[in-house]
Design a protein. Sequence first.
Length: 193
Amino acid sequence: MEFTHLMQPFRLKNMVLRNRIVMAPMLSRLCDPDGIVSQKVIDYYAERAKGGAGLVIVEYCYIDTKESKANQGQLGVYSDQLLPGLGDLAEAIQEWGARAILQICHAGRSTSSKYMGRQPIAPSPMPGYLGEMAREMTSEEIEGAIESFAERTRSVLGNSSTKPIPEADYKRQRLPGPDSPRVRVRRGGWRLS
């Protein structure tokens, strides 16, 4: 089998990638306990960029210290104090010729009280993949999560060379769909029904 286009440059909106090899986001669990970028994280991602990936999608970064964290050792983006480390991470990736995209998310029901110290929350009261029942979010909590996404996105774009991208799996588990029938989206915002 021949992959003639794999190593060719590729334009992704306003980014030009050196090739079409993409490292998908995967939890490394190499961060400090508070979600701070560690040297292990920088080395891990720099190695992937050095290995030839054209695009490196950096793992899930949680957006607040309330309910968005899914796992221990996970990257955080909940504070501007974390941005210098994320900028160093982006530089390490780009130093090897790859482009970096930062993934920001809210765990929703895809976490556990053992990680968060409290019951997971989600738009509908449903069990997560770990089997723990999520508490239904209030309208205010949903609006707060939306604002946290917006605030953290503005901070990242304003202070580093990384770009945010929503993660499909967590988004699917949080947004309306066949597995969360009690939450509906209407133009202009969320509505619990």
